[in-house]
Write a protein that binds this ligand. Structure first.
Ligand SMILES: [Zn+2]
Length: 270
């Protein structure tokens, strides 16, 4: 028993060690010169639109200057027709989308899915990728979750950083939000990095429920990153919410350049 525990510890240490090696890239990318950023020289497509309550236009002003400061070559589109441009979609390293609800045509969806499958990353937050195109199940298969409720509307809640080894959340403590607490239907095979617990005050039967807030996954060769934080741009004034989103974007931008991360660990066993 003891030696088994020791072996497990060594195994864990090795994994943690690998995580540590990745950290300097992430840290330097978020704080120092553009040549060191994972986004330097990367082609990014930023697509915004959909329900205006989520401030898609304002998000451009918050995220695009930051992407450019990291050295990314950013194309901004207010139309899903960007997904029809095959040459563009073949060339992008990362797609950032904020498009709540709305509809996507079959051809537009095909272009988006194909690009991510071939290795373009996809990153987004809240309803911008987690509540888009409710009729499109293959799209939801790609994202790994779908918003279904935010009991009580804008409320106080806590985000628990559940993964302290992944570079996206490493070193971050639990933090408070005053916003919508997203209750989501989530693919149980995603890698969950942060969670939130529901009080039951607004929906008694879910008291004590824990739902993922931040996750990463793959769709084909593309890295998909999601955070449910960001109902309005003011939410990104919470430093941890912004830091997580920026680190997630950096991670997703590297699908075509970094080896596939292997951490699939089915929660239901089997
Ligand atoms: Zn919202």
């Amino acid at each position: 028993m003891k030696s088994q525990a020791r072996r497990n510890f060594i195994k864990t240490s090795v994994v943690a060690g690998a995580g540590v090696l990745l950290v300097p890239d992430i840290v330097s990318a978020s704080v120092s010169s553009r040549s060191e950023s994972a986004l330097a020289g990367k082609k990014v497509l930023y697509v915004y639109g959909g329900w205006e309550g989520h401030e898609p236009k304002q998000s451009v002003d918050l995220f695009v200057p930051w992407l450019r400061s990291q050295g990314a070559d950013v194309k901004v589109s207010d139309s899903l027709d960007a997904y029809l441009d095959e040459e563009l979609m073949d060339s992008v390293d990362l797609i950032v989308q904020i498009w709540t609800m709305g509809t996507i045509s079959g051809e537009q969806e095909k272009g988006l899915l194909a690009a991510v499958k071939k290795g373009a990353g996809l990153a987004g937050w809240h309803g911008g990728i987690g509540d888009s195109f409710r009729n499109n199940v293959e799209y939801q298969f790609m994202v790994g979750g779908q918003w279904v409720a935010h009991p009580g509307g804008v409320i106080d809640y806590t985000v628990h950083v559940s993964d302290q080894t992944d570079p996206v959340t490493k070193g971050l403590n639990d933090f408070a939000m005053h916003s919508e607490q997203y209750y989501m239907h989530v693919d149980p095979n995603v890698k969950v990095l942060a969670t939130t617990k529901f009080s039951g005050e607004h929906s008694a039967w879910i008291e004590g429920s824990v739902i993922p807030v931040v996750w990463k996954k793959y769709y084909g060769d593309g890295r998909v990153f999601y955070s449910s934080l960001g109902h309005v741009m003011k939410d990104f004034e919470v430093p941890e919410a912004l830091e997580i989103m920026q680190r997630g974007i950096l991670w997703a931008a590297e699908s075509k350049y970094q080896p596939r991360e292997k951490w699939l660990s089915p929660v239901y066993g089997g």
